[in-house]
Design a protein around this ligand. Structure first.
Ligand code: SF4
Length: 533
C-alpha cells in the first residue's frame, strides 16, 4: 500500500512530495499507531479544503451563541460568505434574544484601511446596542484589522464601560495559525477568561455541560432529548443553541462531555484545572457509540438510579429504531467509505458507518492536530512551529472559591481505566489494518485516492462534493448534512442511514456512463444491391 501511495504522489515536485508524504500514513498493523505530520502550513497552490482562523473562531465557536451580537470587523466578504451557511440551529426562548438570523459587519472600505477602522467599529457597537439591546457583544477581527493595527481590545474595553455589557474582542485574523484550528483556540481562551465562571446559578443534581456540540441540523437537540429523559440537567452546551447566560454558569456542572475534541479541548482542560470538573470524551454519533457514552456518564456518577434509568432509556430507544436500522444495514453492508471532514467527524462517523456494516478505508482531517490522530498521549512530543507560535497559550490557576473535588483521587484513577476520563485516543486506533489516513487532503489527492481505492461513498464538504459525484461516486456532506439531519443519537442514526441508502441507491448512478460507451449503438438495415434509391 505504501508503494501505491508513493506512486500516486510521484507527480509532485520533489519538495512537495517530501512534505505531503509525511501527512499521509498507512496503518500497517492492527495495534500500530504511526506518527503523522499535522497542523502545519498549507502548501501554496495545492487546492486545500482548509479555511481560516476567523472561520474557526467566529464561524464555529462564537457564531452559534444566540443571545450575543457577533460583529465582524472587516470588509464584507468574511461576513457575507459565513452568513447562515453553517447549520447551527437555535430556538428562541420566550422573552430571550436570538440574533442568529443576522449578519453584523463593519463593512470596511478603502478609507478605513487608510485611516483605521476603529471609529467605524465604535459606531457599529453603538448601533448594535441601540437597535438590539444585546446581553453581550463579540468583535471578531479579519485579515486587514491586524495589518493596519486597529486596537479592537481597546475599543471593546471602552464600549464595555460605556454600555455596561460585556464586549469581547477576538484577534482571530484569518492569517493566524494555519487553519480554522487557531480560531478555536482564540475563542476558547476568551470565553474562559471572561465568560465561564461569572454566573451564580444554583446547580441541580446530575448537572452536566456538553462541549464541542454545535447543533448542526438539530444534533444537540437530539442528544439533549435523550439526556433529559435519563434525568441529567444540562447547564451549558458549547455552543450549538448555546446562550451567553448558560455559558457563564458552566463552572457549576459536575462533568463536561466533550463531543468535538479539537475545537474545545482547551476549555475542557482549563475548566478541570480551574474548577476541578473532569471531562469525558463523548461520541453521540452512532448507535453503539451513543450507548457507550451514556454508560460512561452513568458510571461516572456511579448512581444506581441513574445506571438503571440509562439502561431503560437505551432499551426504549433501541426498540424504536432497531428494525429499520437492520433494514438499512442489509442495504449497505460490505461497502466502503472515504471520510474527509474538519477535525472530529471523520472519527465519529466511522462508528455510525460501522453500525451499518460500512468500512472506512481512508479518512482524514482538514485541521486536526497529532493528538486527534494519535491520542492525547503524544501531546508532550508535539513541536510548535513558527506558524503556530502567535496563538496565545493561557494558563489558568485553581479557583480557590469555586474549585470542587468531584471525584476522590482513588475513584479518578479507577474510572480512568474504565472510561475515557479527560482522555481522547484519536482516530488512528479506531481504523482497520491497511487503512489510509490523510491530513490536509487536497483536490489532486482526492481524485487520485478515489481512483486507486475505489470507495463506494465519499463524505466531505461542499467544495469537493460535486467533483466526486462527477466521478460517479456518491458524495455526502458531513458538515451541512446536505441540509438534512439530525444525525446524532438514536433517532439521528436512523435519519443518516436513510439518507445514505437513498444516496447509494439513487437510479441516476446507472446513467453516469452513457450506453454507447459500453454497448454498440449503430442501428440500420442492409439494402439489397440495386434497391437503393
Ligand atoms: S482569510 Fe481573511 S479575508 Fe478570508 S475569510 Fe478569513 S478573515 Fe476573511
Amino acid at each position: 500500500m505504501k508503494k501505491v501511495v508513493e506512486r500516486a504522489l510521484e507527480k509532485y515536485p520533489a519538495k512537495v512530495f517530501k512534505s505531503r508524504k509525511e501527512h499521509i500514513i498507512i496503518k500497517e498493523n492492527e495495534d500500530e499507531v504511526p506518527e503523522i505530520t499535522a497542523n502545519t502550513r498549507t502548501i501554496p497552490g495545492i487546492i486545500t479544503n482548509r479555511g481560516c482562523c476567523y472561520a474557526g473562531c467566529k464561524g464555529v465557536v462564537l457564531g452559534p451563541i444566540k443571545d450575543m451580537v457577533h460583529i465582524v470587523h472587516g470588509p464584507i466578504g468574511c461576513s457575507y460568505y459565513a452568513w447562515g451557511t453553517r447549520r447551527n440551529k437555535a430556538k428562541v426562548i420566550d422573552g430571550e434574544k436570538n440574533f442568529l438570523e443576522y449578519c453584523f459587519s463593519t463593512d470596511m472600505q478603502e478609507s478605513d484601511i487608510v485611516f483605521g477602522g476603529e471609529k467605524k467599529l465604535r459606531q457599529a457597537i453603538k448601533e448594535a446596542v441601540e437597535l438590539f439591546n444585546p446581553k453581550a457583544i463579540t468583535i471578531s477581527a479579519t485579515c486587514p484589522v491586524g495589518l493596519i493595527g486597529d486596537d479592537i481590545n481597546a475599543v471593546a474595553a471602552e464600549a464595555q464601560k460605556l454600555y455596561g455589557i460585556q464586549v469581547l474582542a477576538f484577534s482571530c485574523e484569518g492569517y493566524k495559525g494555519v487553519s480554522q484550528s487557531a480560531g478555536h483556540h482564540i475563542a476558547n481562551n476568551n470565553l474562559m477568561k471572561h465568560v465561564i465562571g461569572i454566573g451564580d446559578m444554583k446547580p441541580k443534581k446530575y448537572s452536566i455541560n456538553i462541549l464541542g456540540e454545535y447543533n448542526i441540523g438539530g444534533d444537540g437537540w437530539e442528544i439533549k432529548r435523550v439526556l433529559d429523559k435519563i434525568g441529567y440537567n444540562i447547564i451549558a452546551i458549547m455552543t450549538g443553541d448555546g446562550s451567553y447566560e448558560d455559558i457563564k454558569n458552566a463552572h457549576k456542572a459536575d462533568v463536561n462531555l466533550v463531543q468535538c475534541h479539537r475545537s474545545i479541548n482547551y476549555i475542557a482542560e482549563m475548566i478541570e484545572t480551574k474548577y476541578g470538573i473532569p471531562w469525558i470524551k463523548a461520541n453521540f454519533i452512532g448507535v453503539k457509540s451513543t450507548i457507550e457514552t451514556l454508560r460512561y456518564l452513568a458510571n461516572y456518577f456511579g448512581d444506581d438510579m441513574l445506571i438503571e434509568k440509562t439502561e431503560e432509556v437505551i432499551k426504549e430507544e433501541l426498540a424504536d429504531i432497531e428494525g429499520q436500522m437492520e433494514y438499512y444495514k442489509e442495504k449497505l453492508q460490505g461497502r466502503t467509505a472515504f471520510l474527509y471532514v474538519g477535525g472530529s467527524r471523520s472519527h465519529h462517523y466511522q462508528e455510525l458507518l460501522k453500525d451499518l456494516g460500512v468500512e472506512t478505508i481512508i479518512s482524514g482531517y482538514e485541521f486536526a492536530h497529532r493528538d486527534d490522530y494519535e491520542g492525547r498521549e503524544v501531546i508532550s512530543t508535539i513541536k510548535t512551529d513558527a506558524d503556530n507560535k502567535n496563538i496565545e497559550e493561557i494558563k489558568v490557576e485553581k479557583d480557590e472559591k469555586n474549585y470542587r473535588v468531584i471525584l476522590s483521587k482513588e475513584r479518578y484513577e479507577k474510572l480512568k481505566k474504565e472510561i475515557p476520563l479527560s482522555y481522547y485516543g484519536g482516530i488512528i486506533k479506531a481504523m482497520n489494518k491497511n487503512s489510509v489516513i490523510i491530513d490536509d487532503l487536497n483536490h489532486y489527492e482526492t481524485e487520485e485516492f478515489i481512483k486507486i481505492l475505489k470507495p463506494d461513498m465519499f463524505f466531505s464538504g461542499i467544495k469537493d462534493k460535486y467533483v466526486v459525484q462527477k466521478m460517479g461516486v456518491m458524495s455526502k456532506q458531513l458538515h451541512s448534512y446536505d441540509y438534512s439531519g439530525p444525525y446524532a443519537g438514536f433517532k439521528g442514526a436512523l435519519v443518516f442511514a436513510r439518507d445514505v441508502a437513498a444516496g447509494v441507491y439513487t437510479p441516476a448512478w446507472k446513467y453516469v456512463t452513457p450506453p454507447w460507451k459500453t454497448e454498440p449503438m449503430i442501428e440500420g438495415t442492409l439494402e439489397e444491391e440495386g434497391e437503393a434509391c
